[in-house]
Ligand binder design. Structure first.
Ligand code: ATP
Ligand code: MG
Length: 681
């Protein structure tokens, strides 16, 4: 079980010192460790040698990866140009085409018949694309977009569900050098409009609609609404809209502007030569989740991004492209759906599964049926999904044969040790639908990264690292991550502080679209020569890194600083709790008070005050009396972004009795009303 230690304020120490110390001593001490099995280690594609090689010469290590993992139409002359920080240039002078690397070259190398995508629609329809077929579709889309006047450097807004056309559109843009800007299909017309305007998009690619929980759900109508706006009076920049027919629902039509995918892409030529683009040519803009504030248009470029996404995808998931079946459940509207669905798996020649719908459609075992059907061997998902499955109960995945799984990934939020263990035992340990167990469950890789980092930064290597439940642990080879104090000094093992990145990395953002000053101010002003990620972290006694959540979310209770992640993990470790979100609400006596929102597990009974008291005591026992929530509210749902992150700022508004702030990036916009209603009862 988890053991928490609690530090008390030492008499005589100044408040400032106490604050800094307390913040990060109040952490869970998780002692379990799981070493890779000897067979796994013996067959791993990446070994510990990569750490040493990268440490010896970082840019040289990445240059080697760039040349091994990508085919360059023109070789680069310099690995890294860091002469004008914080603006990095990687693989200077090189030319590379992302789509050629993801597609054509695999066909040229004799892998045209390998499956690139197994698509599973929510209603149960399926499509399979080989590398040869996907290459052809992307060439047609490239020709179609060019015929609609899209040229290199133009922006294309993408508002699509999780269907193969989303990947085809992204790669077609990359092929011709157009810059894609994906807007999550669950966002409102208003959110779409502001992103179209910010990027001055020339083309929008959308669908009539999609399916959500068995019902049709419209998309095109939001595009129409977004484009009907006159904005600031100057109108919008969109000339054409390409519409995929997906669910067949009725749509309004604007002649001249709107074109069916089948009539444009479907009829275009399948001949299209890919030319190399400069390594620093912009590849895409993607807006962050808006968990902490207004979304930022993060800009990524080509050569460095492709190199680091491909390397990490191979190393962290131990990818064997000839035999693995990989499934990343992220929507393409999130950075994970860019890096680890649209780009890296295809660059690496992998076979992947793509699923359109929700995990509970038509029933709560849908994902596990998909794993069994396609023999998924690598599964990459988010803690929010894992906690949802915990809530639904372990009997559901037990009905499917999950024996094909050999690596499990997590991304998006800190994964609570309790959820980590469940993921390992229930999913990674399943060796058949009759309750058979694996001798050694599949290893879990918890991957820390951000929209801004473009690719994974901190994660175990499954054939090398002995993993610890709840910790992302080690910076990847070639990545210089550190935890520092207020003054920017590296903290010793056993202490916590701010997570920073000390050296430029290939997939780093190149800026915020149209706003170089905001880029400097947001990431490079807190510590002048280091990138500040906005997250708090701790180094344990082994030097392994534990993520603590946003520094903005750290609470100050009677002079003790407590992290939200820590109290949430304590709550989730109680058998009745499926999910928890903790915020610090203003309190007259203690400065801030802990307010917790919890979702109970499917089989737990809401006993009202009794359960609340029990949970308060549980937190007191696990962490210490100071961490006991002042208020615990049992709610049906938590507000989350599309990537499954809890939007604590909205809960803080509730806890402090304010009107709820900007909720436009919520995945489900009815959640705040559901919470309000449940609290009125
Ligand atoms: P915004 O920056 O607009 O507030 P966001 O930070 O939620 O939005 P993303 O870039 O999708 O948008 O999220 C990155 C953040 O997610 C990280 O800074 C971190 O807080 C969290 N995160 C991602 N992966 C992990 C992980 N494995 N462990 C802990 N936290 C993680
Ligand atoms: Mg962020």
């Amino acid at each position: 079980m988890m053991r928490f230690t609690m530090s008390q304020q030492t008499p005589g120490s100044t408040t400032a010192q106490a604050l800094q110390r307390d913040a990060f001593e109040n952490l869970s001490q998780e002692n379990r460790k799981f070493a890779p099995s000897p067979e796994f280690a013996a067959n791993a594609v990446v070994t510990a040698a990569d750490y040493a090689e990268a440490d010896a010469d970082r840019p040289a290590f990445w240059a080697k990866q760039a040349r091994e993992l990508l085919s360059w139409s023109k070789d680069f002359s310099q690995a890294l140009d860091w002469s004008t920080p914080p603006f990095a240039k990687w693989f200077v002078g090189g030319e590379v085409n992302a789509a050629y690397n993801a597609l054509d070259r695999h066909v040229e190398n004799g892998h045209g018949d390998r499956v690139a995508i197994y698509f599973e629609g929510e209603p149960g329809d399926t499509r399979t694309y080989t590398y040869a077929q996907l290459t052809e579709e992307v060439k047609k889309a490239a020709n179609a977009f060019e015929s609609l006047g899209v040229a290199k450097g133009d922006r294309v807004a993408v508002y699509l569900p999780m269907i193969p056309e989303a990947v085809i559109t992204l790669l077609a843009c990359a092929r011709i050098g157009a810059i894609h800007s994906v807007v999550f299909g669950g966002f409102s017309a208003e959110a779409l409009r502001s992103r179209i305007d910010d990027a001055e998009a020339k083309l929008v690619v959308t669908a009539d609609g999609t399916y959500r929980r068995g019902k049709p759900s419209a998309l095109k109508s939001a595009v129409d609404e977004a484009l009907s706006h006159e904005g600031n009076g100057s109108g919008h920049t969109v000339q054409n809209v390409v519409v995929v027919k997906r669910n067949g629902q009725d749509v309004d039509w604007h002649d001249g502007r709107d074109h069916w995918w089948a009539d444009t892409v479907g009829t275009a030529s399948a001949e299209h030569a890919a030319v190399g683009h400069d390594s620093e040519h912009p590849l895409f803009i993607l807006y962050t989740s808006g968990t902490t504030g207004t979304p930022k248009g993060i800009l990524h470029t080509t050569g460095g991004y492709l190199t680091q996404t491909a390397y990490t995808h191979k190393a962290v998931f131990d990818l064997h492209p000839e035999t693995d079946v990989y499934w990343c459940t992220a929507d393409v509207g999130w950075i994970t759906g860019h890096s680890y669905v649209a780009y890296a798996p295809l660059i690496n020649g992998a076979t992947q599964v793509m699923y359109e719908g929700t995990p509970d459609s038509p029933h709560q075992g849908r994902w596990w049926e998909i794993v069994e059907k396609y023999k998924v061997s690598i599964l990459y998902t988010a803690p929010t999904a894992i906690r949802t499955f915990m809530k639904w109960g372990k009997e559901i995945p037990a009905k499917s044969d999950l024996s094909s799984i050999r690596v499990l990934g997590s991304v998006g939020e800190p994964i609570n040790p309790e959820a980590w263990m469940w993921y390992r035992e229930v999913i990674g340990g399943n060796a058949g639908k009759n309750g058979e167990r694996k001798e050694t469950p599949a290893p879990i890789v918890d991957t820390w990264w951000q929209t801004e980092t473009g690719a994974q930064m901190i994660a175990p290597l499954p054939g090398v690292t002995a993993t610890k439940p709840g910790s992302a642990q080690v910076p990847l080879p070639g990545i210089a991550v550190d935890v520092v104090d207020e003054a920017g000094e590296s903290v010793p093992n056993g202490s916590g502080g701010y997570l920073v990145i000390r050296e430029p990395w290939p997939a780093m953002l190149r800026g915020i679209w149209g706003d170089p000053e905001r880029f400097k101010e947001t990431y490079w002003s807190r510590f002048e020569t280091m990138y500040f990620a906005g997250d708090g972290a701790k180094k344990d006694e082994d030097g392994d890194i534990w993520l603590l959540g946003r520094v903005d979310d750290v609470m100050n209770i009677s002079g003790h600083r407590l992290s939200t992640a820590e109290i949430e993990s304590a709550l989730v470790s109680h058998p009745a709790v499926a999910e928890a979100a903790v915020v610090g609400a203003a309190d007259e006596t203690t400065g801030q008070a802990v307010v917790a929102f919890v979702i109970l597990r499917g089989d737990a009974v809401d006993t009202g005050d009794a359960i609340v008291q029990e949970l308060r005591n549980h937190v007191g026992k696990e962490i210490g009396p100071i961490a006991k929530p002042r208020t615990i509210l049992v709610v049906p749902e938590l507000p989350k972004t599309r990537s499954g992150k809890i939007m604590r700022r909205l809960l803080k508004d509730v806890a402090e009795g304010r009107e709820v702030g900007d909720a436009t990036t919520l995945a489900d916009n009815t959640v705040m009303a559901q919470i309000a209603q449940s609290l009125r009862k």
